[in-house]
Ligand binder design. Structure first.
Ligand code: GTP
Ligand code: MG
Length: 414
């Protein structure tokens, strides 16, 4: 059963005392004592420098950290009223965001920015770029645009970006970046959706926010923020559960939004705020042997499921790659069609999360292939590879429509 509210009584009371604030900066956290002080300081400075006439509040929604995370927030807010407490409901980033959205609503604020608590490269300017377009009425939703190392953001690069772009026709480069600005009305829309006991309460939250904004026709802008440096994750070692939560949510929403994406061909640019300067982000480690091991183990586990989901061609390529350990055959084109094969199966009302899990081994293989395709390339070069892959998703869209039309049934042997 879904809880009525993600805010407990003490947080509500503290918020009531701040009613009438215009702006909120929300920070979700779970065990981020080492980094959240810097994030809070940058937020406070950004509010003071760029919105001197507004009443602002910082809200930290924490998952029950025992390392003093909320204390660090209180100690670093530099005079900006701060409410730090534990959210109610399922553990996860999405529940923390739900508490922040409710805070926006209770305060009757106009605009909110959310920023992750593990950020090292955040500056006060980020707050200006995320909130500014919303405050001025130029956008209802702002997504981040930053340079990330080519081995960081692999779920974004392989699925969230290309699939969102091909389905909804919007080139939102960081649909699950974690830093967003939005108008209060959008917070109300998100709160009203019956999603808070699904994976949206966990890492499905970011893609839910972006997809819902696009589906509602909200004006979207991208804020250029420089480089993203945060506690990075090795894609093979750390990202399995996050992948199923993000991709399961993407699939569920796509099934729901069929009428919206069916007629979309190609894609449009999304306005960028701030000058885009070239930056070389800090390296992030990605272990190819771990990726290949995970791919092989997953391929064995999913072989039977793949029989009913993937084209013969994709199955054969996956089988050979698993045998040889050479993932280069998992190309952008093959990957795009495999994603579509599995997305189309959601039409048969199979569990999105189970289907996302069936795609996971191929994601590991695709990331290993991408690392190879990006070898020796700088940031701009790697972006070119991501762009090519996104175009493959656009080109293959008729294949999705075809598979969708047949109810996601096993494709003919080709
Ligand atoms: N309250 C709460 N916050 C969480 C939880 N899990 C993650 N967060 C917060 O959500 C933000 C993003 O989490 P990260 O683990 O950095 O994930 P990420 O940066 O999106 O992942 P990658 O970009 O793939 O590295 C951080 O501020 C975390 O503290 C949770 O269970 N509860
Ligand atoms: Mg992070």
């Amino acid at each position: 059963m879904t809880l009525i509210s993600a805010l407990d009584a003490p947080m509500r009371e503290a918020l009531r005392a701040q009613a009438g604030a215009d702006l909120v900066v929300g920070i979700p956290s779970f065990r981020n004592a080492a980094t959240i002080g810097h994030v809070t300081q940058a937020a406070a400075e950004g509010l003071r420098a760029h919105f001197p006439d507004a009443r602002a509040v910082i809200v930290n929604a924490d998952g029950g950290s025992e390392d003093g995370t909320p204390d660090r927030v209180r100690a670093s807010a530099d005079g900006i009223p701060t409410i730090a407490g534990r959210y109610q409901g399922r553990s996860g980033k999405g529940s923390a965001f739900r508490a922040i959205f409710e805070a926006v609503s209770l305060l009757n604020a106009k605009a909110c920015a959310v920023v992750d608590s593990d950020l090292r490269s955040i500056t006060p300017e980020w707050i200006a770029r995320l909130l500014g377009p919303v405050v001025s009425g130029n956008a209802g939703y702002v997504t981040p645009l930053y340079a990330r190392h080519k081995h960081d953001g692999t779920i974004t690069n392989t699925v969230a970006y290309p699939l969102t772009r091909a389905l909804y026709g919007a080139r939102v480069r960081q649909p699950i970046g974690g830093e967003f600005g939005f108008a209060a009305e959008l917070a109300h829309v998100w709160l009203a959706e019956p999603v808070w006991d699904t994976d949206v309460a966990r890492f499905g939250i970011d893609i839910f926010m972006t997809t819902t904004a696009l589906a509602r026709g909200v004006r979207v802008a991208q804020a250029f923020l420089g480089a993203k440096i945060h506690d990075p994750k090795d894609p093979g070692a750390d990202l399995g559960p996050m992948f199923t939560q993000v991709v399961g949510t993407l699939f569920t929403l796509a099934r729901h939004n069929e009428a919206l994406w069916r007629g979309v061909t190609g894609s449009r640019d999304i306005a960028v705020i701030g000058e885009v300067r070239p930056v070389e982000p800090e390296p992030v480690n990605a272990s190819v042997p771990i990726l290949v091991d995970k791919f092989r183990a997953g391929a064995k586990e999913q072989a039977a499921a793949w029989g009913g989901l993937l084209s013969q061609k994709a199955q054969a390529a996956a089988r050979e790659a698993a045998e040889s350990g050479d993932t280069r055959a998992i190309s952008g084109d093959l990957w795009a069609r495999a994603v579509y094969d599995i997305l189309a199966a959601t039409k048969r009302r199979e569990e999105s999360e189970t289907l996302a899990r069936a795609l996971l081994p191929l994601y590991f293989a695709r990331v290993a292939a991408l690392i190879d395709e990006m070898k020796g390339l700088d940031h701009a070069g790697a972006e070119g590879v991501v762009e090519q892959q996104a175009l493959a998703f656009e080109r293959a869209k008729p294949y999705l429509l075809d598979r969708w039309g047949s109810g996601g049934a096993q494709p003919p042997r080709l």
